[in-house]
Design a protein around this ligand. Structure first.
Ligand SMILES: [Zn+2]
Length: 234
């Protein structure tokens, strides 16, 4: 058996990738252990270990076939943040023709909606890159930048809003409502509930920041019930 360890780029966590004697490939990170239906198992660590090796999938497991060259062992290199790192945010779509809201039996997710500037943000290794909804590079205020730099490596979707009051001309803050990628793992095919868990976990690292927060969300049984509920805006 061969073992390779990878330091998480955003915390003290260490992931272990193994090639067993029978060639079975495995990793203990979430990207590997959370296998998605009808998709090949994979994570960036096994990808790195298996680079240059012949890997096949059998019965949902990945195997290294034959000898191959020794896999590279290296800490995950810092990724340059370029425009190519932009990910299209998810947009609302209409209910399918013939369907009504009463046809959804699983309940509804209700979320605060702000009218500001949509921002897609990539963080990692202390760097922050922000884009508009269409991928135009955007700047954020120093306060927001410093908070975002503390988030785990990932791609986040949110709305930049300006709060004005009698006393101040305006304070910029960022409300996040989606997480599209975390530590190199794409969440684009994950359901909202799962992406939301990653988002809340990530933002909890900020310890109640006022510049960056997560949009308030409720899950309710019916839309009528949702419309009766009141909101507490922080
Ligand atoms: Zn992994």
């Amino acid at each position: 058996m061969k073992e390779f360890t990878f330091q998480s780029s955003s915390g003290p966590k260490v992931y272990t990738t193994r090639i067993n004697d029978d060639g079975l490939l495995s990793c203990d990170c979430q990207g590997w252990t959370m296998k998605r239906l009808n998709r090949a198992r994979g994570c960036k660590h096994t990808k790195q270990v298996s680079a240059g090796l012949n890997v096949v999938e059998r019965a949902g497991q990945m195997y290294v076939v034959g000898g191959g060259s020794p896999p590279p062992v290296a800490a995950t290199p810092a990724k340059p943040t370029t425009k190519a790192d932009f990910i299209n945010p998810m947009l609302a779509s209409a209910i399918p023709a013939g369907q009504t809201v009463d046809g959804y039996s699983q309940g509804f997710t209700m979320e605060e909606k702000f009218d500001g500037i949509r921002l897609v943000i990539r963080t990692g290794n202390g760097s922050v890159q922000a884009w508009s909804r269409l991928g135009k590079v955007r700047a954020v205020s120093a306060d927001i930048h410093d908070e975002l730099a503390r988030l785990p490596e990932g791609v986040y979707d949110g709305e930049l809003i300006l709060t004005t009051s009698l006393r101040s001309s305006g304070t910029e803050s960022l409300v996040l409502f989606d997480c599209l990628e975390i530590q190199g793992h794409s969440l684009l095919r994950q359901p909202l509930a799962s992406r939301r868990r990653f988002l809340e976990m990530a933002v909890s690292a900020l310890n109640g920041s006022t510049a960056v927060r997560v949009a308030t969300m409720r899950i309710t049984s019916t839309p009528a019930r949702a419309s009766r509920q009141t909101w507490r805006i922080r």
